[in-house]
Design a protein around this ligand. Sequence first.
Ligand code: MEV
Length: 420
Amino acid sequence: MTSRVPGFYKLSPEQRLEMIAGHLGLTENEKKLISGKHRFTAEDADRMVENVIGCLPVPLGVAVNFRVDGEDLFIPMATEEPSVIAAASHAAKFTYDTNGFSTSYSGSIMRGQIQVTNLKNPYAAMAKVYENKEDILELCNKMDQTLVSFGGGAKDLDVQVIQGSSEKMVVIHLLIDTKDAMGANAVNTMAEAATPMVEKITGGNVVLRILSNLADKRLVRARATFHNPFQGDETKMATFLSACELAVADPYRAATHNKGIMNGISAVVLATGNDTRAIEAGAHAYASVSGRYQALTQWEREGDSLSGTIEIPLAVGLIGGATQSHPVAKLSAKILRAKTAEQLAGIIASVGLAQNFAALKALAGDGIQKGHMKLHARNMASMAGAKTNQIDDVVRIASEQGKYGFDDIKEIIQSLNEEE
Ligand code: MEV
């Protein structure tokens, strides 16, 4: 299977789905679910969240041209923002024949925090927790025998004394390997179960018991070499690299630089039914671990090419929660052909890196508005009733005239209709 599909964007949604379904062997029923012909109903939604009155459909697209760890992939992305899926597909083209993205994973260890207060001797309490480590871990592992049978479970703990504004407290971090699950349920269950034992050992009061979204033991790194996108224009190349320097040095720019990365990451996270807020919280907290908020990517010149790297915590899974209860999210995982949380995380990090390349390429070149407005005009043209064979002409005329308002687009369609 090749993910290189020139002109994918020119196909109709039905043709795109047919092509993807053909490659991945999707059934008629699966195609109906993705295309919305089998609707996800309020009754389905009612099984997922509370007080349901309906559903908010979000567009689901597929990014093409991706090769991750030697495998060609179609990447499902759920987003309301125009340009994001086009930009990811465009960026991936620049690294397809340099073997795409290579990834590595630190493992799927999550932290569960247990906060202990009212301690007479916090440092002695900390030492006692370490003395009883094996008993605490054993108790935690009794809570999830299935996870343990897959090689996961509570593996270790570390303890910190933290100075609050009124007292010194002890915070225990349970280090739990959640394998192919995001892990919030397993972690929170274990942290709660350990409470009586921890209170007995420390003599204090356990307050919070909850997973930390700063998943710094679940890091993914992705790397790729991108062909020079500027056809020898050294000024643009220098601008690209200078923009990266600014994102490392300046939190105001870093926030936008990282927002662009998260445009891609959150879209795949949402498409696969993972927790977008957990991923966003973890990413931004990790961007600040040095004490200063920084860019999540680094770019270096490699001969005439650009070498990009990303390092980001990604607590994503393929089992549990909406990853399985939402039928379309389940199909997104099928399209991705990811068998493990590790593979899924590697793919998501690669999309983040691609998204960042596309944004920096546009910013160092013509700016982002030119491409963005063209896509905007495409959407408006179909909303304003353009026929499929008119859309390219509407976009061309709108960009020639620099007119993108809804009324402008309607006028262009009218003049095309009159010419026919
Ligand atoms: C817009 O959604 C994202 C960008 O602002 C990212 C960036 O500036 O790097 C284009």
